[in-house]
Design a protein around this ligand. Structure first.
Ligand SMILES: [Zn+2]
Length: 187
């Protein structure tokens, strides 16, 4: 009796292990980065960058990689005319608690975005020992939200909210293409 019981337990454990092993692999192949129902009228926005020279370079590197890899283009605007503001904050409390960056999008639900504001939370980034390249990935992540991407569970997606080591993936680029092929509101 007890032998039988042990054997069954052994089998069910094996089944669970196979299940766990396969699921992430299937996800990695099948997951397209999720997209929002809103988007910009065109895959192009104008921006201004505020902050120290160091963070201006972080933002410029993130912009360069989105512009090179995807069809969405971030174009330098002017103080008077821009859609996206990229800046920094030393805040650590309230909504900023344990965040590396935050993005505020303005627009109508299921409609076009009209404005966006991104903050890199410099004090938190330093406290949690983010390297220069980690910080670029945070900026790429926040710019992903600006474009119209949501969080992804795929480990190598820049839109994974629990990772600082991965840049823009093919699934992220594919999601941008999809978002701007589809009319606003449609997923
Ligand atoms: Zn996010």
């Amino acid at each position: 009796m007890s032998r039988e019981r042990i054997k069954r337990l052994g089998l069910s454990f094996l089944a669970v292990l196979i299940g766990l092993g396969l699921t992430p692999m299937l996800n990695a192949n099948a997951t397209t980065t999720p997209i929002t129902r809103s988007r910009w009228p065109k895959p192009r926005v104008t921006y201004v960058i505020k902050g120290s020279r160091y963070y201006q370079n972080v933002y410029k590197a993130a912009i360069k990689s989105w512009n090179a890899k995807s069809r969405f283009k971030f174009v330098a605007g002017t103080k008077a005319h821009h859609q996206v503001t990229l800046s920094t904050s030393t805040g650590t409390r309230g909504a900023y608690y344990h965040l590396s960056g935050i993005t505020y999008m303005t627009g109508y639900p299921n409609g076009y975005y009209t404005k966006a504001r991104v903050l890199l939370l410099t004090r938190n980034l330093s406290r949690y020992h983010y390297s220069y390249s980690n910080r670029i990935h945070v900026a790429e992540h926040e710019l992903g939200h600006v474009i119209g991407l949501k969080h992804s569970k795929a480990k190598n997606s820049v839109m994974n909210k629990d990772d600082r080591y991965y840049g823009i993936s093919k699934a992220d680029v594919a999601a941008v293409k999809l978002r701007y092929q589809l009319p606003v509101g449609e997923l």
